[in-house]
Design a protein around this ligand. Structure first.
Ligand code: IFM
Length: 813
C-alpha cells in the first residue's frame, strides 16, 4: 500500500494519505533551535537539546505516538463543525477531508481541504533563529462567505528538562505561568529565579534567569486565548475535541500551577475566493524578543512583503545547494531519490543531531557518541568538506592521550580538560565507565576520506589537543589510536573487544577478542602505512606493515573456517561465530570487514561473501547473524535480551547493509551490490509501506528478521549510522567516485543492466559532468575515460587534467 510519492523536482516527499502506518517525520531548524514534525504536525521543539531544552511537550510512546503537536483548528461558526489543518488531531473522515503533507529540506508544508476551505501551513525555523514559523494560508474556495474561528495551539512543557516535565509534576507544575500579551502568550518558567543548570560546576547555589517562551500571531487580531491546557481542552477530553473549539470560544484562562499552553483564537470572515495569510510564531525568548519577532512579521504582512516566504526560500537555497554537490540520473528512480535527496539529507540530519531527537529518543545522554559521530562525518564529506573537517577536529580532540576515544563526548567538551573512563568521575558525569574497542579506529577511514576529497593533505600535520592532556599532530593521534588496540590484546594476538566493538551488545572484555576490531585494526594499519609512506616515515611504515603481516597470519591460523570468518573469542576460549556452533554460527560483519579491510582477497573474499548471500540474506536485507541466540548469552552476548530476529539478535541491522554493499562492489559484484541495496532501499518499499512501517524516504536502525511475526517491519527512524554507511557504499562503491590524493578514480560497480547513467559532482570546487557508457553490459571495469576530449586509459583522472567545468565520458568494458 502506498501513502505518498516523491516529488523529485522540488526535493520533497508528498504524503497523500495521512493515516500512515507510523508518524512520518521531518526535521526543522538547526542545532540551536531544533524541531521534529510528523506528517500530521505532531512533534516537539527544543533549544539546543531535546532532553534539557524542551519547549513543546511530546508524549513518547502514546497510543498513536503522534501527539501533541503544532495544531491549527478551524471552526465553521454557522454550524459549529470543526476540523484541523492537519488531519490529526480531529481526524475528519477521509472521504470528505483532503490532506497533503510535503516534507522538504528543513521545512514541512501541510495542506487541508474541507467544505470549501483550503489551508496550507508551512512549518520551518528561519535560518539562525530561535523560533519557528507556522505560515498559514487559508482560502475560501466556495461561493458563499464563511464565518470562521481559527485556533492555533501548542502545549508547552512546564520545565526545560524532559524528565522533570514528564514525571516530576509536584515540582514542574508550580514553576510555570502564562500571561496574555495581546498578540502572544508568554510562558515564564522560574519567574522567581531558578537553580542554574547542574552541568555547571557547583551550580546548585546559583540563581539563574527565568526561562521564557512565546506563542504569537501576526496577520490577524486575537479574539480570545487560553494559556492553560486543560481550560482549552476541557476535562476528560482529548486533542480531537477541545472544549474551546467545540464551543467556539477560548476562556481567557492563563496558567498558574497547572499545564501551560499557548492557544490563540482568531475570528474571521472569508468572502468567496478570498485568501488570508496568518503567521503563528513559537519560540524561546521574553516579551521583548517576542514583540520584536511578531512585529517583524506584522510589518511585512501589512507592507505587502512576504517575509516568511523569503525565509523559506533562503532555507531551500541553502539546502539545495548543499545537495547539488552530487546529483545523479540512473535508470532507477528510487536509487536516484535516495542519492540526490533523501539519503544525503538524512546524513546531514544525523550529522547535526547525532542520536539526540526523534520519536524514539530525545537526547537524554547530552553528548556525541564517539563511533557514531566519526562515522556520521563520512556521510557528508563529499557534500560539505568544511563542516566535516570542523567536526573531525572536535572528535580528534576527544581522543584520550592513551589513544582510545571518549565513549561520550559531552556537548560542552573542553579539550585538554576532560576526565577519562579511567577515572570514576567520568562515569558519574556520563554514565559510561569503559572504553569501547572500536571508537578511535573509525578515525582512519574518516581522516583518509576527508583528505582525499578535500585535497588538504596538510591536515595530517595539524596539531590537535587530546581530550585529557597534551597535544599531537593528526598523524600522531592516529598512531596512538593503533597503539591503544595493540596494547589491549587477547591470546590469539587479536585486539580485545573491551566493553563493546561496533556491536553494543557484544561484551568481550579485556581478554576476549573481536574479529570486527581486528579487521578494523588491519584497515587502520594499512591507511596509516600509506600516510607514513607519503610523509616519508619509513620506520612507521615498516612498523605498520609488520603488524599487518602478524595479523595476516593470525587470521589464517585462527579466524578462517573453510569458507567464513569467525566473530571472536571469549575470555574462556569459546569461539563466537564458529560454524560448529548451534546458534549464531555465521555472522555478517566479519565477512564484509575482511573484504573492506583488505585482509581477505580473491577466493577467501568470494567464499565469505557467498556465505552471507546463502545463509543470511532475506528479501529485506541480510541478518546480522543466524540462528538467533536463545541459550548462549549474558554476560558476553547481551543481544539475547532481544526477541529473536530483532535488532542485534539476528535482526536485519541496517547499518551493516552498507558495508555489505561496499564489500560486494570491491570484489566487482555490481548485480549483487545493487540487489542488496534494493532490499533495504526505503524508496523501493514505497508501494509496501504497510510492511516497512517507517518513512519510505529514510533508513531506520533495524528491520525484523525471519524469526519474527513481522518480517520486514523497520524500527527507529532517522538517526542511525545507516545513513552514512549506505551513502558511502553508494558513492564510493556503486558510483565508484573515489577521490585520491592528486586526482580521482571513477570506477563504477553497477548492475549490468544499466547501459548508461550520469553523475554531476563538485570535486574541490570543479564540476565533473560525468556520463557513464556501459553498453558493454559490465558490472565493473573501465576501459578508458574521455576527459574534455582527451582519452585516458583506465579510470584515474589526475587533478592537473581538470578545468573548472569538465565533461567526462567513462567507457566501461
Ligand atoms: O554501533 C551501534 C551504535 O553505536 C548504536 N546503535 C547500535 C549499533 C550496533 O550495536
Amino acid at each position: 500500500m502506498r501513502y505518498g510519492h516523491f516529488d523529485e523536482s522540488n526535493k520533497e516527499y508528498v504524503v497523500t494519505r495521512p493515516d500512515t502506518p507510523a508518524p512520518w517525520c521531518n526535521y526543522l531548524g538547526s542545532v540551536e533551535y531544533g524541531a521534529i514534525i510528523s506528517n500530521n504536525a505532531a512533534g516537539y521543539s527544543f533549544v539546543k537539546s531535546g532532553a534539557s531544552g524542551r519547549i513543546i511537550r511530546f508524549r513518547f510512546n502514546s497510543a498513536s505516538n503522534d501527539q501533541p503537536g503544532r495544531y491549527i483548528y478551524l471552526r465553521d461558526n454557522s454550524d459549529g463543525d470543526y476540523w484541523s489543518g492537519s488531519w490529526q488531531p480531529v481526524c475528519k473522515d477521509l472521504d470528505t477531508y483532503g490532506s497533503e503533507c510535503r516534507h522538504g529540506t528543513a521545512y514541512t508544508v501541510i495542506k487541508s481541504q474541507y467544505r470549501n476551505i483550503e489551508t496550507s501551513t508551512a512549518y520551518f525555523v528561519p535560518m539562525d533563529k530561535y523560533y519557528e514559523v507556522w505560515q498559514l494560508k487559508i482560502k475560501n474556495t466556495g461561493l458563499s462567505a464563511r464565518e470562521l474561528s481559527l485556533f492555533g495551539m501548542v502545549e508547552f512543557t512546564n520545565h526545560d528538562h524532559y524528565e522533570n516535565d514528564t514525571v516530576n509534576l509536584q515540582y514542574s507544575q508550580f514553576i510555570s505561568k502564562t500571561y496574555f500579551k495581546g498578540d502572544h502568550i508568554l510562558q515564564v518558567i522560574n519567574e522567581n529565579g531558578s537553580e542554574a543548570s547542574s552541568d555547571v560546576e557547583g551550580s546548585c547555589d546559583v540563581m539563574g534567569e527565568p526561562g521564557c517562551r512565546f506563542f504569537g500571531v501576526a496577520g490577524a487580531e486575537v479574539s480570545a486565548f487560553d494559556g492553560e491546557r486543560d481550560a482549552f481542552l476541557g476535562a476528560y477530553r482529548t486533542y480531537g475535541n477541545p472544549k474551546a473549539v467545540e464551543k467556539g470560544k477560548c476562556s481567557n484562562t492563563p496558567a498558574y500551577n497547572c499545564n501551560s499552553c499557548g492557544a490563540l483564537q482568531i475570528d474571521l470572515t472569508l468572502k468567496p475566493g478570498e485568501e488570508r495569510e496568518i503567521v503563528f510564531l513559537l519560540g524561546a525568548g521574553n516579551e521583548e524578543v517576542a514583540s520584536q519577532v511578531i512585529n517583524s512579521y506584522k510589518a511585512a504582512l501589512s507592507g505587502g512583503s512576504d517575509l516568511a516566504g523569503l525565509q523559506l526560500n533562503e532555507l531551500k537555497t541553502l539546502w539545495h545547494s548543499r545537495l547539488e554537490n552530487l546529483q545523479i540520473s540512473t535508470p532507477d528512480r528510487n536509487f536516484d531519490n535516495m542519492v540526490n535527496m533523501w539519503n544525503a539529507y538524512q546524513c546531514f540530519i544525523t550529522f547535526l543531531w547525532s542520536r539526540a531527537a526523534s520519536f524514539q529518543y530525545c537526547g537524554l545522554r547530552n553528548g556525541l557518541g564517539y563511533r557514531d559521530t566519526v562515522q556520521d562525518i563520512q556521510g557528508i564529506i563529499h557534500l560539505d568538506c568544511n563542516l566535516a573537517r570542523e567536526r573531525l577536529s572536535l572528535m580528534l580532540s576527544a581522543q584520550v592521550s592513551n589513544g582510545g576515544g571518549l565513549p561520550l563526548v559531552k556537548f560542552n567538551h573542553i579539550p585538554g580538560k576532560e576526565v577519562t573512563p579511567d577515572e570514576s568521575e567520568y562515569s558519574k558525569k556520563t554514565g559510561q565507565s569503559f572504553y569501547r574497542a572500536d571508537d578511535a579506529l573509525w578515525l582512519f577511514p574518516t581522516v583518509m576520506t576527508y583528505i582525499k576529497e578535500s585535497g588538504q593533505w596538510n591536515f595530517i600535520d595539524e596539531v590537535i589537543p587530546y581530550a585529557d592532556k597534551g597535544e599531537a599532530s593528526v598523524y600522531a593521534h592516529l598512531k596512538q589510536a593503533i597503539q591503544f588496540n595493540l596494547d589491549r590484546q587477547g591470546s590469539h594476538g587479536f585486539p580485545a573487544g573491551l566493553f563493546a566493538d561496533w556491536n553494543d551488545c557484544l561484551r568481550l572484555g579485556t581478554k576476549g577478542e573481536s574479529m570486527f576490531v581486528a579487521f578494523q585494526l588491519y584497515y587502520a594499519l594499512s591507511i596509516f602505512k600509506d600516510f607514513a609512506q607519503r610523509k616519508d616515515e619509513p620506520e612507521d611504515a615498516a612498523w605498520a606493515g609488520s603488524h599487518m603481516s602478524r595479523l595476516d597470519n593470525a587470521f589464517e591460523n585462527y579466524a578462517w573456517e573453510d569458507d567464513q570468518y569467525v566473530r571472536g573469542f571469549t575470555e574462556a576460549g569459546y569461539t563466537i561465530g564458529s560454524k560448529n556452533n548451534k546458534e549464531a554460527n555465521i555472522w555478517l560483519n566479519p565477512q564484509t570487514w575482511s573484504v573492506i579491510s583488505g585482509a581477505a582477497g580473491g577466493e577467501k573474499a568470494r567464499l565469505a561473501l557467498d556465505q552471507v548471500y546463502n545463509k543470511l540474506n532475506t528479501k529485506y536485507g541480510a541478518m546480522l547473524f543466524y540462528p538467533a541466540f536463545k541459550e548462549f548469552g549474558l554476560p558476553v552476548a547481551r543481544m539475547i535480551l532481544f526477541n529473536e530476529g530483532t535488532k542485534e539478535n539476528a535482526g536485519i541491522f541496517s547499518q551493516p547493509q552498507g558495508w555489505l554493499i561496499l564489500a560486494e562492489t570491491m570484489v566487482g559484484n555490481g548485480n549483487r551490490a545493487y540487489e542488496y541495496f534494493n532490499e533495504i532501499n526505503p524508496a523501493a518499499m514505497n508501494e509496501h509501506a504497510e510492511i516497512r512501517y517507517l518513512e519510505p524516504y529514510v533508513h531506520g536502525q533495524a528491520t525484523e528478521g525471519v524469526d519474527t511475526l513481522n518480517h520486514g517491519r523497520s524500527h527507529v527512524h532517522w538517526l542511525t549510522g545507516t545513513a552514512s554507511t549506505v551513502m558511502v557504499s553508494i558513492v564510493n562503491g556503486i558510483l565508484g567516485l573515489q577521490p585520491q590524493y592528486e586526482g580521482i578514480n571513477i570506477n563504477p560497480c553497477i548492475p549490468s543492466s544499466w547501459s548508461s547513467f550520469t553523475i554531476k559532482k563538485i570535486f574541490r570546487g570543479k564540476l565533473l559532468d560525468i556520463q557513464v557508457d556501459n553498453s558493454a553490459g559490465m558490472e565493473k571495469g573501465v576501459k578508458h575515460l574521455i576527459v574534455n576530449g582527451k582519452t585516458i586509459a583506465g579510470c584515474y583522472v589526475d587533478y592537473s587534467e581538470l578545468a573548472e567545468r569538465n565533461s567526462i565520458l567513462v567507457v566501461m568494458g
